[in-house]
Design a protein around this ligand. Structure first.
Ligand code: SAM
Length: 250
């Protein structure tokens, strides 16, 4: 997958995008990440990208001209990208959106700065507007990196063990079950017996129960959605009734 990023702060991407799974995905060509400085699409001596808001008010707004020029230039290079504006006003990013985006051959992420971007950018250039949560960050670089990370780990072959992406929190609409490693007893705290049993069916059942219990306790919103989906689609669960399942996630 190719991902282009348009930002005023390309240096912020150095480091986070050069470590761990992202580093490997880039080295093996599974992720073609290109970070572009918005100032490279200006033509005045001061490389101006912002201006005061019409109507007054604090702060500066990113001007339309450099962003239009950048997006049009990048769009002309090969496969048309799915253009995403990072914005607190976008739909809130989650694993389902990461899965949708991972299917696309190319993304172009526009990072806002200052008070945000001129509204005509939203109107004319953008396919999707995404927020990473209900809080305000200084600019769109961190949100862009969050999205790049979440999407990249879903690309085929990026995680060494393909199964691990299927098992993780949110992949089946549930939080992940508790994990343990050696030693089997640490400071009096014991690993649940079933995990030491070697009985794979019993382990799978324990994990499924734990995932449901943890989701019901910690994320009633996810749990209600999971129940609704499984009550509709799963006849064995329908037999026990969704209300019973809600009271007894295990
Ligand atoms: C300081 S913010 C602008 C906030 C804007 N004035 C508002 O009240 O919504 C500057 C830029 O950071 C990015 N940003 C900040 N918080 C974000 C969030 N939660 N999700 C996605 N992008 C965010 C956006 O690109 C935004 O244009």
């Amino acid at each position: 997958m190719r991902i282009d990023v348009l930002t005023l702060f390309p240096g912020m991407f150095t480091g986070p995008m050069d470590e761990s799974i992202l580093k490997r995905a880039r080295a093996t060509g599974k992720l073609d990440l290109r970070i572009h400085n918005l100032r490279d699409f200006t033509h005045d001596r001061h490389r101006t990208v912002d201006d005061r808001p019409f109507g007054g008010g604090p702060g500066m707004v990113l001007k339309p001209e450099p962003i239009f020029e950048a997006v049009e230039t990048l769009k002309a290079e090969g496969e048309p990208p799915w253009v995403i504006l990072l914005s607190p006003a976008g739909r809130v990013f989650h694993q389902g959106i990461a899965r949708e985006l991972a299917q696309r051959p190319r993304l172009l992420l526009i990072c806002g700065s200052y008070e945000g971007v001129d509204e005509r950018i939203r109107q004319a250039l953008v396919d999707d507007e995404l927020s990473i949560g209900d809080y305000v960050l200084t600019n769109g670089a961190l949100p862009a990196m969050v999205i790049i990370d979440a999407v990249t780990r879903l690309l085929p072959g990026v995680l060494g063990d393909e199964a691990s992406a299927l098992d993780e929190s949110f992949s089946q609409g549930l939080l992940e079950y508790p994990q343990y490693t050696r030693p089997a007893e640490f400071r009096g705290m014991k690993v649940p017996e079933v995990l030491l049993s070697g009985n794979h069916a019993a382990i799978a059942q324990w994990r499924a129960e734990q995932a449901r219990r943890r989701t019901a306790e910690r994320r009633p919103d996810l749990w209600a959605r999971w129940l609704a989906e499984h009550a509709a689609g799963d006849s064995s669960r329908t037999r026990t009734g969704s209300q019973g399942a809600a009271e007894n996630p295990g």
